[in-house]
Design a protein around this ligand. Structure first.
Ligand SMILES: Cc1cc2nc3c(=O)[nH]c(=O)nc-3n(C[C@H](O)[C@H](O)[C@H](O)COP(=O)(O)OP(=O)(O)OC[C@H]3O[C@@H](n4cnc5c(N)ncnc54)[C@H](O)[C@@H]3O)c2cc1C
Length: 406
């Protein structure tokens, strides 16, 4: 059976996508497979992955599978057996969500851990093999204009005209700023340290094949395996009153990180002990409130450009991947450009806003202390092993297929 998102359209459009990150490249692939011609404009000289690991839940994995990336994901990724919440000092397991084969059976797609560079490599190779996608690197888009016939944009010395434009240019989106004015993202009071630790430096069995989230007062620590299980990806989140670095990313020092996690469980200490000082980076975590309206006429937004999300549900990239499939579905039947974009936004706004709010809520919930933490732990332990069903069962490949309006 030909899956709907891969079906061809009878009226191909020329589509511009600003941003060659996970969202932009997935959108280009979904749109090209639906029969459209796509130009991606990426400001860097190659599509690069920042950060280390990323969790790809079944709701996003099923889109990547339909784009033909299943074998590559199986080869480069790691399939965790569970997500576990543990207590920062004692290590007690507070709650567990079953993944592994159970996730595959329950959701029809696996849960992957993968290095971002590996995922980006897969997307870039798939894009390069697609004759109807042109990836323009070193192409920073700063402005555009539109009328009833199309959208005109300038990248350096080159001018382009497209039927519609999608801003997939991340949390500091220029497309969003052109549409709605330039507003700074909000510092959420959290800083994330990110590092990779080679498994062969650690005692055997120290790191279970799970995504583990250690909850502690004012902080949490996440680790999971990537690169086929050869490295432990760590994200260590600490509440800080302000973020003073000029850039969104800054080098961090081991002594500061060790001080932040002093007194935490021995597993955390061993991970910190095996981290190379020079490889440490810390990120200010920013987000924005959900938007009431994403696009205007022939221009819309996708991924972090319209719903930047704290990583505390591991769903930011997953939402961008879902957007990509739904967008392609909205254009699969020769739909009017403006109507199809509004339909795409209507189908996606509530779900992405829910994930934005849930991730913000987790920033508080993960960091509780005292009686509030005890009550949280008791509620979490009763939540059951399939508490993520609503999130993971969503099938973006089928959403929007009824959107036929010529
Ligand atoms: C610590 C941390 C951990 C995370 N973990 C997870 C996780 O486990 N699972 C998950 O699903 N999500 C996770 N996320 C969120 C995820 O990283 C983002 O939601 C995702 O990368 C957004 O993808 P995007 O394509 O929308 O934007 P981006 O990845 O930001 O890509 C935007 C692209 O646009 C380009 N660009 C920007 N401006 C222009 C311009 N004017 N012209 C041309 N190009 C431009 C940029 O160079 C970039 O390549 C995490 C985030 C953080 C910070």
């Amino acid at each position: 059976m030909i899956h709907p998102v891969l079906a061809t359209t009878d009226s191909p459009r020329n589509i511009g996508v600003v941003g060659g990150g996970i969202g932009g490249l997935t959108a280009a692939l979904c749109l090209a497979r639906a029969g459209h011609n796509v130009q991606v404009f990426e400001q860097t000289d190659e599509s690069v992955a920042t950060g280390a690991g990323i969790q790809v839940s079944p709701n996003a994995a099923r889109v990547l599978h339909h784009l033909g990336l299943q074998d590559a994901l199986m080869t480069k990724g790691f399939l965790p057996k569970a997500t576990q919440m543990r207590s920062w000092r004692s290590g007690r397991v507070i709650s567990e969500t079953t993944l592994g084969d159970v996730a595959l059976e329950r959701y029809g797609a696996p849960y992957y851990h993968i290095h971002r560079a590996d995922l980006m490599d897969m997307l870039v190779s798939a894009v390069s093999a697609e004759p109807t996608i042109r990836l323009n690197v070193s192409s920073r888009i700063t402005n555009f204009s539109q009328d009833a016939t199309g959208v005109r944009l300038v990248a350096g010395e080159h001018k382009h005209q497209v039927d519609l434009l999608i801003g997939a240019d991340g949390i500091h989106s220029s497309v969003r700023a052109c549409l709605w004015g330039d507003q700074q993202a909000d510092f959420t009071g959290n800083v994330a340290w990110r590092m990779l630790v080679p498994v062969n430096r650690l005692p055997e069995g120290l790191i279970a094949p799970n995504a583990t989230v250690w909850w502690g007062p004012g902080k949490h620590f996440v680790h999971y395996l990537v690169k086929g299980g050869d490295y432990v990806n760590c994200v260590c989140v600490v509440e800080k009153a302000e973020w003073q670095a000029e850039s969104w990313v800054a080098a961090g020092s081991m002594s500061e990180l060790q001080a932040d996690f002093a007194g935490w469980h021995d597993t955390i200490q061993q991970l910190l002990d095996q981290t190379d000082d020079g490889t440490l980076f810390k990120w200010g975590l920013f987000d924005r409130a959900p938007m009431r309206t994403w696009g205007i006429d022939r221009v819309s937004l996708l991924g972090d450009a319209c719903h930047p999300t704290l990583p505390f549900m591991a769903q930011g990239a997953a939402m961008a991947i879902e957007d990509a499939a739904v967008l392609a579905n909205c254009f699969s039947n020769g739909a009017d450009v403006v109507a199809a974009l509004r339909r795409y936004e209507d189908l996606r706004k509530a779900r992405t806003a829910g994930v934005q709010r849930g991730s913000r809520r987790n920033a508080t919930v993960f960091h509780l202390s005292g009686l509030k933490a005890w009550l949280r732990d008791r509620a979490a332990s009763k939540a059951g092993k399939h508490s993520m069903d609503r999130l993971y069962r969503y099938d973006p490949l089928t959403v929007g297929l009824d959107a036929v309006s010529k």
